[in-house]
Design a protein around this ligand. Structure first.
Ligand SMILES: Nc1ncnc2c1ncn2[C@@H]1O[C@H](COP(=O)(O)OP(=O)(O)O)[C@@H](O)[C@H]1O
Ligand SMILES: [Mg+2]
Length: 352
């Protein structure tokens, strides 16, 4: 691991409230920041070494896990590849950001999220192994998903082929079915929270906002957690009794984004987007212009219906519907591949 540059380290220390801005400026102006901080009594040699090695406490030293590369970062956590020295295997280690770990409410929520993961068993929901606290570090060791999140993939390669997008959505519908059967609502389904492995397996991650059905958050603000571009109208309105159909809507918005490369509703502010989620209908004209197949168009409209009663009512039905569509496409494309002569022979055979 290459050592972090002094200027980056000083910025991190100030950001984390571990060093006064004036001290950092003084250190930066000097020839040798380390020597300057020590000479002026802002740090000891050991402290500087410790800051360097732990990148100002953002990469803690843990007894059981050896931290490797940073895999990703969200609003509340950093996720590292790590080696579990006891089980002798690679894991993904989700570490609550140290500046948030000091707040008891955030800490309790993070631990609750991690505990949920320990109890879930689905090939399409990330497996949790262990949640622990060591010194100031609060973290969860999870199954390492060898792939990338779909937001990253969209940013790099643009829209996915319909077939792949549908296959991903079918698998995530299976994940939602698993959560649903345990009375959970994810509340933050979006491309950034779906990982795709090279093998084609799709995995739902980040249960940071998941709640038991009907429990909702304490306030409207709590219900509207989730990313405005993907949340269901009832969630946008701050309704408390969300159920799996809110997740089905978000998965529909995810599917829309995956196949078109654009968001279903855009706006300059969050409020504008929220208003559109509630009021504006999906433009059928726009979907047609995008050249989507009629079946895909139908699935998206049914997943993203404003009235939850009109959506697919449960994720298993949705998964089955998509599986049927995919199988039908397979048949059609097999026929196309045959070429006219073979198709004619087959048709003749059918008549014989
Ligand atoms: N189990 C995992 N295996 C590999 N990478 C992961 C794993 N979990 C998360 N990541 C990466 O870290 C990013 C942030 O994780 P996430 O759980 O979404 O954190 P946050 O709650 O801060 O949004 C993900 O988008 C993904 O790129
Ligand atoms: Mg996330």
């Amino acid at each position: 691991m290459s050592a972090v540059k002094p200027v980056t380290l000083l910025a991190l220390l100030v950001h984390r409230g571990m060093l006064a801005p004036a001290a950092a400026q003084g250190a930066l102006r000097s020839q040798d920041p380390r020597a300057w901080l020590i000479a002026n009594g802002h740090a000891t040699a050991e402290q500087w070494q410790d800051w360097l090695e732990t990148e100002a406490g953002t990469r803690p030293r843990l007894s059981r896990y050896e931290l490797g590369e940073l895999l990703g970062e969200g609003g509340q956590a950093r996720v590292f590849r790590a080696q579990d020295r006891v089980e002798k295997r690679d894991v993904a280690l989700k570490l609550l950001k140290p500046e948030l770990a000091r707040d008891p409410v955030t800490r309790a929520r993070f631990i609750a999220e991690s505990k949920l993961l320990l109890d879930l068993r689905s090939p399409h929901v990330v497996r949790g192994y262990r949640v622990a606290r060591e010194g100031e570090a609060v973290f969860c060791a999870m199954e390492l998903v060898e792939g990338e999140n779909l937001q990253r993939r969209l940013d790099r390669d643009g829209p996915l082929e319909e077939r792949l997008a549908l296959e991903v959505v079918r698998q995530i519908a299976e994940a939602l079915a698993h959560l649903h059967e345990r009375g959970l609502v994810h509340r933050d389904v979006k491309p950034g929270n779906v990982m795709l492995e090279r093998s084609g397996r799709a995995v739902l991650i980040d249960l940071g906002f998941a709640v038991s059905r009907g429990q909702g958050g304490g306030s409207a603000d709590e219900t509207t957690v989730g990313t405005v571009h993907y949340i269901a109208p009832e969630q946008a309105r701050g309704q408390q009794d969300l159920d799996v159909r809110a997740d089905i809507y978000s998965l529909g918005a995810t599917l829309y984004h995956l196949v078109t490369g654009s968001l279903p509703f855009a706006g300059r502010t969050s409020e504008e987007v929220l208003a559109k989620q509630v009021l504006e209908s999906l433009s059928g004209e726009r979907l047609r212009q995008l050249g989507l197949s009629p079946q895909l168009h139908w699935v998206i409209e049914k997943m993203m219906a404003k009235e939850k009663e009109i959506r697919f009512q449960d994720p298993r039905t949705l998964a089955r519907e998509i599986a049927t569509m995919l199988a039908r496409r397979q048949d059609d494309s097999a026929q196309d591949d045959e070429g006219p002569a073979a198709r004619a022979r087959r048709t003749r055979r059918r008549w014989l």
